[in-house]
Ligand binder design. Structure first.
Ligand SMILES: Nc1ncnc2c1ncn2[C@@H]1O[C@H](COP(=O)(O)OP(=O)(O)OP(=O)(O)O)[C@@H](O)[C@H]1O
Ligand SMILES: [Mg+2]
Length: 257
């Protein structure tokens, strides 16, 4: 009989607290993501979701006060953004930066190991006409979202983080976004063959129906206050808002909101 291989733990976040300047953004966050898994983070505006993915990516200004972030069994706290990207961590920004003076083509060629894929992935994201334009300069909201996924396709990271990939995307483009998110998460491979894993931050249910994430969390005030089945959590939020989750968390003495 073929031996079943255990899935490797790719991302381990242990009791992570993060600040920027004098403001504390995250308090004691724990999160473990294995190969092939997709985790979803919900939470009201300003609760710390983007701060968490930014801290994992190693963006400047997110200072780890305590705890650890480990990727493939090693602490990455001492590594900069570029080294983390080279190790296989990628992030599609919620608010993608404009890069004047650098064309999409040049950026993709700098990112992609295999330069031959540039043509194919710009076609896939419907951004062929944007190749010679400066990155995000004058791009529409939807084009910027597709541009973020285009860069991830070029990088092909093993931990793929999407910060609201679906916000402001029209119905037709949503199909395209979902197709690419599925591809980056290897959703069309059999479960045992999937090596990549993902974290998706979203406020909408559309992506959940098509991605089938393993676990969902609600973040409030920089803390993960509950976890469970992503669709179940989403239903609760839709019916009761974040209030019930916050109440449950308050009642649980482990949390001080
Ligand atoms: N560099 C910074 N300087 C000051 N405050 C910051 C900084 N980065 C984040 N914050 C603050 O931290 C809090 C959490 O922000 P974050 O962007 O993580 O929220 P979010 O959960 O992603 O919200 P949204 O759903 O609106 O995207 C907010 O109050 C925000 O203003
Ligand atoms: Mg955010």
């Amino acid at each position: 009989m073929e031996e079943k291989r255990n899935k490797e733990l790719l991302l381990e976040i242990k009791d992570l607290s993060v600040k920027t300047g004098d403001k504390q953004l995250l308090y004691g966050v724990n999160l473990n993501v294995k190969e092939g898994e997709v985790h979803v983070i919900f939470g009201p505006n300003g609760s710390g979701k983007s701060s968490l993915v930014s801290a994992i990516m190693g963006l400047p200004n997110y200072e780890v006060v305590s705890g650890d972030i480990r990727f493939k069994g090693k602490s990455i706290l001492g590594l900069g953004l570029t080294e983390r990207a080279r190790m296989g961590i990628g992030l599609a920004f919620q608010h993608s930066p404009v890069v004047e003076g650098v064309s999409v083509d040049i950026l993709l060629r700098a990112i992609a190991k295999d330069k031959k894929i540039v043509h194919e992935i710009t076609k896939e994201t419907d951004l062929k006409k944007h190749l010679n334009r400066e990155v995000n300069v004058g791009f529409s909201g939807g084009e910027r979202k597709r541009g973020e996924l285009l860069q991830l396709l070029a990088q092909s990271p093993q931990l793929v983080m999407f910060d609201e990939p679906d916000s402001g995307v029209d119905v037709e483009n949503m199909g395209l976004i979902i197709k690419i998110v599925r591809k980056l998460l290897q959703k069309d491979l059999p479960i045992m063959k999937r090596k990549n894993c993902g974290i998706i931050v979203t406020h909408s249910g559309t992506i959940l129906e098509k991605i089938h994430a393993n676990i969902g969390y609600v973040m409030i005030g920089g803390r993960i206050v509950c976890s469970g089945s992503p669709l179940d959590i989403f239903d609760q939020i839709r019916t009761n808002g974040f209030a019930r989750c916050a109440k449950e968390a308050r009642e649980n003495e482990r949390f001080q909101l």
